[in-house]
Design a protein around this ligand. Structure first.
Ligand code: OOG
Ligand code: NI
Length: 476
């Protein structure tokens, strides 16, 4: 039997598809949520100012290959309703080179979801466009009222959030190993449909109210045709400056910035958000004559710092927990000042220089051979200890940026946009196995990814210095 092989076709790189998609998504969101466009302009303004005033920062970002990605960098978030939806979103994001990284259990904060982040993982892909989507799956098992749970399940079972053409193109990608330029263009347009806002609810006003009374988030996930993108977040180089300038443009941000305090050496992730829209929606039945409002979509900005090792992260979690144990910010932002002061004071326990963070094995770094090191290597004048190489200026290191999310911060972002009166006492029920079963894959361990990048960079650097394979005392 003669097997026929498909003709060799030129496939578009997943990085390019991701960039096309990010641009299309950004344009769609700009049209849907005008404040987002304003925010992008403000962030671009502040970032340009930072780079101009801080040549060290510019130099560090350039050396890390991060300078070009800042302007296109965004993260977004969606909330899915069923295991099937999560399974297919994994395949959809795979077309754009995005993989599930990390497991976040938000039930601890009274939010009935668990989540992962889809993002590119290798350094080259991250530097082209590090687009990430924080993707949550509703945990219907956490709805106590059995009748309501069954009803929500039945509503979700009926909806189809992907267009048939999007699914066909995902399958083609899986079978052929890629998409052609024409297919990629079509895929981007079709995939975008899943993230679009729909003002027509699929449920009646009465059902919406019952879902909403159980939890606002349940109404948001169950009542609509699809998982509208609920925010798209640009990355700023100075979150305090953007936060301070938001009111100039008529925007009131959340009372405190989530995450670590402002520091000379930024760590992990700092975020702040604001309520964007109260949208008019039409309920099903009565020809859409019954209207209501729904708040789903918001604005957010983020500032990213160095990724912490397990040891650094443990210290971060302890310090943050101690601050939150001491001061709790009230509903209307009461005690925000005291919280910020406490945060700044307690985080003094975490060293604030790149070299101290590195030596104490608290953060991840990317190593490289310097021109001076390569020149010295030619004359074989190198010490064989990485610390000595660093001291002599032969080996350089730059912080590896944190590409992931923080569960406590994410819960704060959820809460601030859902209304602070929504706290319910869900038990701490992390269920990673169920999440991965729905996803149809295991989520990658973010710490392992950073550790690999650090180790690989050190290997390359030592090879460039002609020291590969030598029994060196390794760094951190
Ligand atoms: C996601 C909230 C989490 C972040 O940046 O931590 C998030 C959501 O509200 O669906 O986006
Ligand atoms: Ni976010």
């Amino acid at each position: 039997m003669i097997r026929s092989f498909p003709m060799l076709q030129a496939f578009v790189s997943p990085d390019r598809i991701r960039s096309l998609f990010t641009e299309a998504m950004s344009q769609m969101y700009r049209a849907e949520v005008p404040q987002y466009g304003m925010l992008i302009e403000l962030v671009a303004d502040v970032n340009a100012g930072c780079l101009e005033n801080d040549p060290d920062l510019r130099d560090r970002l350039a050396r890390a290959g991060e300078l070009e990605r800042i302007d296109v960098e965004r993260h977004g978030a969606i909330r899915l309703g069923t295991a099937d939806e999560l399974f297919t979103i994994r395949r959809l994001f795979a077309v754009m080179g995005m993989q599930p990284v990390g497991y976040y259990d938000l039930s601890v904060a009274g939010v009935p979801v668990h989540s992962t982040s889809f993002r590119p993982i290798d350094e080259a892909a991250l530097n082209v466009n590090p687009f990430r989507v924080f993707t949550s799956l509703l945990r219907l098992e956490l709805i106590e009222d059995e009748g309501l749970r069954g009803e929500a399940e039945a509503i979700l079972a009926k909806r189809r959030i992907y267009t048939p053409r999007a699914v066909a193109l995902i399958e083609r990608h899986e079978q052929n190993g890629g998409l052609t330029e024409a297919e990629a263009t079509e895929f981007v347009a079709e995939a975008l449909e899943t993230f679009r806002w729909h003002g027509e609810a699929t449920v009646s006003a009465e059902t919406y109210k019952r879902l909403h009374d159980a939890h606002r988030l349940i109404a948001d996930v169950v009542s609509f045709k699809g998982p509208h993108i609920n925010h798209l977040t640009p990355r700023t180089l100075d979150i305090d400056a953007v936060q301070a300038r938001m009111p100039e443009r008529g925007i009131t941000p959340k009372a405190v910035i989530e995450g670590p305090p402002r520091r000379h050496c930024g760590i992990l992730l700092r975020q702040t958000s604001f309520k964007a829209l109260e949208e008019t929606i039409a309920f099903s039945g009565d020809d859409g004559a019954i209207q209501g409002t729904h708040t789903a979509r918001f604005g957010e900005i983020e500032q990213r710092g160095v990724a912490l090792t397990a040891k650094g992260r443990m210290l971060y979690d302890q310090l943050l927990a101690s601050v939150r144990g001491e001061v709790q910010v009230g509903a209307g932002g009461a005690k925000a000042g005291a919280y910020d002061d406490e945060l700044a004071a307690r985080f003094k326990a975490l060293p604030d220089s790149w070299d101290e963070l590195r030596r104490a094995d608290l953060a991840f770094f990317r190593y490289s051979a310097t021109p001076a090191g390569i020149a010295a290597a030619v004359g074989s004048m190198l010490p064989s200890d990485p610390e000595a190489l660093i001291a002599k200026g032969y080996l350089a290191f730059t912080p590896i940026v944190y590409e992931d999310f923080l569960p406590v911060s994410a819960a704060g972002i959820f809460q601030s946009n859902l209304g602070t009166d929504q706290q319910q006492n869900y038990a701490t029920r992390s269920n990673r196995d169920a999440f991965e079963a729905a996803l149809g894959a295991t989520v990658q361990d973010e710490l392992a990814l950073y550790a690999e990048r650090q180790a690989a960079s050190l290997d390359w650097a030592l090879e460039a210095l002609g020291l590969a394979g030598l029994p060196l005392k390794t760094v951190a």
